[in-house]
Design a protein around this ligand. Structure first.
Ligand code: ADP
Ligand code: MG
Length: 337
């Protein structure tokens, strides 16, 4: 049954990266173990995300593009306990408003699939039966067409916008263990080229090897910190040695309970500590890399601050930053090498 919640309003689809992010998160929320992202013209022409998740049932076809409709919250109290990526019910309705959206889907217990196209109000334009396996495919055509300025901006700065998308895809590819993620792009009538692909491996390190290569992975060292109050940090940071430092590429991937987030203060601690404690610090252009998943009790942070859920408000941020710095110092101090 449809559950409607008014939690917040606001623009959700800010750019190409957030468009893909929302669709990818829905696929992960649906329990997909296989997600295939097909782009045309780096996503500006077409974004198509196919998953093998639970699919969408009949009674949800109409509601899924309604603003504030989500099937993922059953009560407001759930907001504290949430483990799914989505809960605002804004993504699909916002996507319909800024592009041409088609959804094809099939649940386990339905005998055939259905293809649904939506208009810009999120109303159903047409439905048709199709043959397909269990799962959902969301297609988004001509992103931002109804917004002429953004439409032009995206195409004018496509390289930059695509770079943002790639960074985001890399973050999900690293953290989504056990999920095969493949992204390909086609330019014009040219061949499909592979942008990213993971094998659905079980560990973060395996995913780092797949996404960034074994040389990058070898330049990293594991960081594992846990305290008794349910807080832990797990992941990888650059090694202290200069020879490995050269491989570092200023990749700062932070996750809060498995959700990619921007944590500028953690980035700064990472950079400053690296500069002070390692032999790479004085070398120009050498920047530390980090992939860190911070696990916190659900009530100790809030990612509901911005519509794109990339910003986080951590209640005990200062003490966490100190713990992070201590862990780094322990790893990077010359005596400890
Ligand atoms: P939210 O993710 O916040 O619930 P969305 O607008 O992203 O809101 O999606 C609306 C609803 O559409 C979801 O709650 C879910 O029921 C359904 N949905 C969207 N994408 C998928 C998918 N790939 N697989 C299954 N259900 C989906
Ligand atoms: Mg969603």
């Amino acid at each position: 049954a449809a559950t409607v919640h008014r939690i917040a309003s606001g623009q959700v689809i800010l750019d190409l990266a957030t468009a893909v992010k929302e669709i990818l998160e829905n696929a992960l929320d649906a329990g997909a173990t296989n997600v295939e992202i097909k782009l045309k013209e780096y996503g500006s022409e077409l974004i198509e995300v196919a998953d093998n998740g639970c699919g969408i049932s009949n009674e949800n076809y109409r509601a899924l593009t309604l603003k504030y409709h989500t099937s993922k919250l059953t009560s407001f109290a759930d907001l504290q306990e949430l483990s799914s990526f989505g809960f605002r019910g804004e993504a699909l309705s916002s996507l319909c408003a800024v592009a041409e959206v088609t959804v094809s889907t099939r649940t386990e217990d339905s005998t055939t699939g259905t293809r649904i196209s939506y208009d810009k109000n999120g109303s159903i334009l047409s439905t048709a039966p199709i043959a397909r396996a269990k799962g959902t495919t969301v297609a988004v055509k001509e992103l931002f067409k109804p917004l002429p300025v953004r439409f032009k901006e995206l195409r004018r700065h496509l390289k930059r916008e695509f770079a943002k998308l790639l960074t985001l895809l890399q973050a999900y590819a690293i953290i989504a263990t056990g999920v095969r993620i493949i992204c390909t792009n086609q330019v014009g009538t040219g061949p499909r080229t592979r942008i990213i692909s993971t094998q659905g491996l079980a560990s973060m390190r395996d995913n780092i090897v797949t996404v960034f290569g074994s040389r990058t992975a070898e330049a990293l060292v594991a960081l594992d910190e846990s305290s008794t109050d349910g807080i832990s940090m797990h992941g990888f940071v650059s090694r202290a040695s200069a020879s490995f430092g050269k491989l570092a590429g200023e990749r700062h991937y932070f996750f809060l309970n498995g959700r990619p987030v921007n944590l500028p203060k953690f980035s700064k601690v990472l950079m400053d500590t690296y500069r002070i404690y390692t032999s790479c610090g004085n070398t120009a252009n050498v920047r530390p890399t980090a992939f860190i998943d911070i696990r916190l009790p659900k009530d100790s942070y809030d990612i509901n601050v911005t519509p794109d859920k990339r910003k986080a408000l951590i209640h005990q941020e200062q003490s966490l930053l100190e713990a992070f710095q201590k862990a780094l110092v322990r790893m990077w101090e010359p005596a400890a090498v």
